[in-house]
Write a protein that binds this ligand. Structure first.
Ligand code: HEC
Ligand code: HEC
Length: 272
């Protein structure tokens, strides 16, 4: 039994290495697009801030990382003595004003890394439309700064991304639906299969028991715990698993999109 498990581990680790390589070579596959919203040219700053706030706290899954102080810089409160994000954004990169910097930190997160953090924040264009990105920029500016995003900004990036992304809704009045990432079983299972979770975890008749089984895991663990143990696998080692501690890959934060992570978390939390 032990020998068999060891073989499985070796195969899984080898495959994971390959997968990581492939994942870096191809764009991440889109799985779950948070609620779409679209604005007309006459959108007001208030409408943008409000939609951005909903995304930030909900489907955008920003708090997955920005709610945990050791994972990402605080945005709504002070970080490093420079104030909340709306106050410090203009001083981050020389020659970039607040609006440009914030848009870049969402759409191209690795070009300017905030010390001492590594490149783990997913490119938000994977999951979010241009209008959603701009609503987040407005919301972040509103944290201690002045909102300068206008309908013209939305139009400019929409024009340049037209033809590419298929995610633009029709124009017209502001519409913002507030549905979270799906907890759809097929979806969650597909993401877990693609990331080889079943190489070490069992669910129903799928997978092997090496790490804790997923059956009934929602009655033992809440969503916050599950999220943290996927992002920081060795933060807490459950009873009885000391011997295999350290086997779970620590880089799912980079491999999963924020939407995929939430889909898995919600699905596991619902396993009773
Ligand atoms: C997987 C973790 C993760 C998620 C999810 C995530 N971020 Fe980040 N974010 C980081 C980390 C780490 C940094 C610091 C390193 C860097 O600059 O990329 C960062 C940096 C930032 C910055 C720059 C902060 C500064 O002080 O200059 C902004 C703005 C930001 N994130 C906004 C967001 C928003 C909005 C979302 C949700 C749509 C989000 N992030 C989702 C991890 C994450
Ligand atoms: C190479 C084996 C391996 C892979 C692949 C793996 N895990 Fe794990 N996982 C473990 C082990 C071993 C533990 C228990 C020890 C620890 O926490 O380090 C664990 C712990 C967990 C826990 C905490 C369970 C508890 O009750 O405390 C969760 C949740 C989890 N894994 C989810 C996942 C998900 C989701 C994936 C795929 C995205 C995944 N794991 C991929 C081996 C693995």
């Amino acid at each position: 039994m032990l020998l068999q498990n060891l073989k499985i581990v070796l195969v899984v680790l080898g495959t994971l290495g390959l997968y990581t390589w492939v994942a870096n070579a191809i764009p991440q596959v889109e799985s779950e697009v948070p609620a779409q919203l679209s604005f007309g040219a006459d959108v007001t700053p208030e409408e943008l801030v409000s939609a951005g706030g909903q995304l930030f706290a909900g489907a955008g899954a920003c708090v997955t990382c920005h709610g945990l102080e050791d994972r990402a810089p605080a945005l709504l409160s002070d970080y490093g003595g420079a104030g909340p994000i709306g106050q410090r954004c203009a001083d981050r990169v020389e020659g970039m004003d607040c609006k440009e910097y914030l848009y870049a930190s969402l759409a191209d997160p690795y070009s300017y890394l905030v010390e001492p953090f590594g490149p783990i924040m997913p490119d938000q264009r994977i999951n979010l439309s241009e209008d959603q990105l701009w609503s987040l920029v407005a919301y972040l500016q509103d944290q201690g700064g002045e909102v300068t995003v206008t309908g013209a900004d939305l139009q400019s990036t929409q024009a340049s991304s037209a033809g590419g992304a298929a995610s633009q809704g029709g124009g017209g009045a502001a519409t913002a639906a507030a549905s979270g990432p799906s907890s759809d079983a097929t979806e969650a299972t597909a993401v877990m299969q693609a990331n080889l979770c079943f190489g070490c975890h069992k669910l129903g008749d799928q997978g092997v028991v090496l790490g804790p089984p997923f059956d009934g895991i929602g009655s033992r663990r809440d969503a916050a715990y599950l999220r943290n143990s996927i992002l920081n696998p060795n933060a807490e080692v459950p009873e009885g698993y000391q011997e295999v501690a350290g086997l779970m890959p620590p880089n799912f934060g980079q491999m999963l999109t924020a939407g995929q992570l939430e889909t898995i978390v919600q699905f596991l939390a619902s396993q009773r």
